[in-house]
Each structure stands twice: as structure tokens, then as C-alpha cells.
Design a protein around this ligand. Structure first.
Ligand SMILES: Nc1ncnc2c1ncn2[C@@H]1O[C@H](COP(=O)(O)OP(=O)(O)OP(=O)(O)O)[C@@H](O)[C@H]1O
Ligand SMILES: [Mg+2]
Length: 312
């Protein structure tokens, strides 16, 4: 069986609650909060499990909140390797306003990581005996230098593992320069990587091809929300369109998509099939309220309804 490893440098306890209305200055009565373990790679590992696979989550955690985070993750039965830190793991707040059906998401910056702490985490990644896919997802917390991506890229090469990175800004630039197998930028992330403004669907194929030609990246899956995704490799370009569904919340769509792609690849499917299953999983996640990730039965159903247009 293929081994999937996810890496999360900046995990968070996602604390969700609801209020009738968000009003300034007033004391707001919130409902009993729901706590979930979150952060890019953590969500990918949880979604892989929902799809019937297994992933090991490597993450940094510390303090009282770090312990609470680990307890939440253990409850979900996710294999994990913890890189201990001194400061407290962050907590994010998600407030759902019932009068408007709108969600407000407050993201905290995350603890500052010491040099020996992130180096220790890298050593833990290196110590993994077997890895076929390594997924690094989410932002870097303060203290970890961007060069961490080139270190992970060389670990992935030494283990013959396919590296997948889902991040944005300077971190994404560093990752493609370091070399990897696949990136999954959305339109805004791809535009900013190439220093282009307002990249539209018509120019996505050309832009993704530019990434492949310029840096060391084999596959680009550009996610485009309701318009699905564009899969681009050196000799392939295909638009993958999901069917229309009733959207409840798009939170977790990107992470569910990455999980669908990697789980398919781990099942020895082709990159075309994997990208289509990824779109099915991303869209399946939008059918669930709040922070809930994709359900396998929804993803399997949507997969059959996907429409593909090949350009190359
Ligand atoms: N409104 C939508 N309708 C249908 N499918 C959607 C919608 N939004 C997202 N998806 C599905 O989820 C996938 C990933 O979503 P999106 O392009 O929004 O990624 P993202 O911006 O990385 O999301 P995230 O905020 O989770 O990081 C899409 O390719 C699509 O399959
Ligand atoms: Mg995303």
C-alpha cells in the first residue's frame, strides 16, 4: 500500500460557534463551541481517511492547546508524529451568523517556532522509513524560513516520494524553485506566482505551462471554484468541470481536493483520473455545512458526472 505523509507546520484548533447577529460592543451569546483539529495537512489527512485511505500527519504542536489539539486528532484515529514546540498551538475562531447565514473566519498567526524546533521536525520527516507521497499544506508560522521547502524537496527526492505542496505567496514560489511533483494553486495563487493580474480561465493553460517550463514542477492542478479545475502537465491540458450542486459551505474544498488527488494516485490511478477525483472531492466538500470535509459517497457519485474537455 502506498504511504501518504502530510506535513502541517501551523495547525490550529478550529473553534466554531453561532450567534444570532454579530453586533459591535454588545455581549454576544454564543452557542456551545465545536472543536476540530485543522490546518492544511491535517485536513488532507482527515479527508484521506474519509475516502477510505490512511495518511500519517506530521505536525508541530505545543502548550496546553497543543495537547488539546492532539487529543482531538487522536479521537479521529489519524496516525500522527508530533514535533514539540514551546509556544501554544493556535486556535482559530469561526462564527456563523444565523440571521444572515454568513460565516466569519478569524485566523490567528500561530506560535513562533524556534530554529531547533523546525530542525527537529525536519529530522522527524527524514526519519520516516517509507513515503510515497509527501503533502505540505498550509502557511508557515513565524520563525520557519522559506528554505524549509528546499530541505523537504531533497528529503522527498532521497525517499523517492512525490512531493505535493498547497500554499501561497513566497512559500509557493520557494516550493516550485526547490522542485516538486504537483502544486494545486487557485486562480489568485497562480496569478501571484507569475506576477500576473486577473488571470482568467482562458489563460490558465498557458500560465500553468509557464510554471512547468520555468521551474521544477511536473503537474499543475489549478482549482477554479465552481468552474472545477484545469489539469496541466508537459503534454496534457484538460478542463475538469463538476456538476452543479447545492452549496452549503466551501470551507475545506481545497484540502478535500488535494486529498482526492493523492488518494487516487496512491490507488495507482493516472493523473487524469486523480485530478478528476480531486474535483469530485472538492465539490463534495461544498455540499456539507461548516467545516465538514468531503464524504466518500458524494465524491464517488460526483466523479461519474464530471465533464472533461481536453485541449492537448
Ligand atoms: N462553488 C463551488 N461549486 C462547485 N465546486 C466547488 C465550488 N467551490 C469549490 N469547489 C470545488 O472545490 C475545488 C477547490 O476549490 P477552490 O478552487 O475554491 O480551492 P481553494 O481556493 O484552494 O479553496 P480553499 O479556500 O479551501 O483553500 C474546486 O476545484 C471545485 O472542485
Ligand atoms: Mg487553497
Amino acid at each position: 500500500m502506498s504511504k501518504i505523509i502530510t506535513i502541517t507546520f501551523n495547525p490550529a484548533i478550529d473553534k466554531s460557534t453561532t450567534v444570532p447577529a454579530l453586533i459591535a460592543e454588545k455581549k454576544l451569546k454564543c452557542t456551545k463551541p465545536v472543536y476540530e483539529p485543522g490546518g492544511g495537512g491535517i485536513n488532507v489527512a482527515r479527508a484521506v481517511k474519509k475516502l477510505g485511505g490512511t495518511a500519517t500527519a506530521i505536525y508541530m504542536a505545543g502548550g496546553y492547546t497543543g495537547k488539546a489539539f492532539t487529543k482531538l486528532l487522536n479521537k479521529e484515529g489519524i496516525d500522527s508524529i508530533i514535533a514539540e514546540i514551546k509556544e501554544d498551538t493556535r486556535e482559530n475562531l469561526i462564527v456563523y451568523e444565523t440571521s444572515t447565514n454568513q460565516q466569519y473566519r478569524f485566523g490567528m498567526p500561530g506560535p513562533t517556532i524556534l530554529e531547533q524546533e523546525w530542525k527537529q521536525c525536519l529530522a522527524q520527516i527524514e526519519n520516516i522509513k517509507e513515503a510515497d507521497f509527501i503533502i505540505v499544506s498550509g502557511a508557515l508560522p513565524p520563525g520557519i524560513p522559506l528554505t524549509v521547502y528546499s530541505k523537504i524537496a531533497s528529503v522527498a527526492r532521497s525517499k523517492n516520494a512525490k512531493l505535493i505542496v498547497d500554499t501561497s505567496g513566497d512559500a509557493l514560489m520557494e516550493a516550485v524553485q526547490a522542485g516538486l511533483y504537483l502544486i494545486k494553486p487557485n486562480l489568485a495563487e497562480l496569478s501571484s506566482l507569475l506576477g500576473k493580474e486577473n488571470l482568467n480561465i482562458e489563460r490558465v493553460d498557458e500560465a500553468a505551462k509557464e510554471v512547468i517550463n520555468k521551474w521544477k514542477c511536473e503537474v499543475v492542478v489549478v482549482s477554479m471554484g465552481g468552474a472545477g479545475a484545469m489539469l496541466v502537465t508537459r503534454d496534457l491540458a484538460m478542463h475538469i468541470m463538476p456538476p452543479a450542486v447545492k452549496i452549503k459551505s466551501t470551507v475545506g474544498a481545497g484540502d478535500s481536493m488535494v486529498a482526492g488527488i493523492v488518494q487516487s494516485l496512491a490507488d495507482n490511478k493516472s493523473i487524469e483520473e486523480a485530478a478528476q477525483y480531486g474535483v469530485a472531492c472538492g465539490t463534495a466538500a461544498t455540499m456539507n455545512a461548516g467545516t465538514e470535509l468531503c464524504r466518500k459517497e458524494d465524491a464517488d457519485h460526483l466523479y461519474k458526472l464530471i465533464q472533461v474537455t481536453k485541449f492537448r
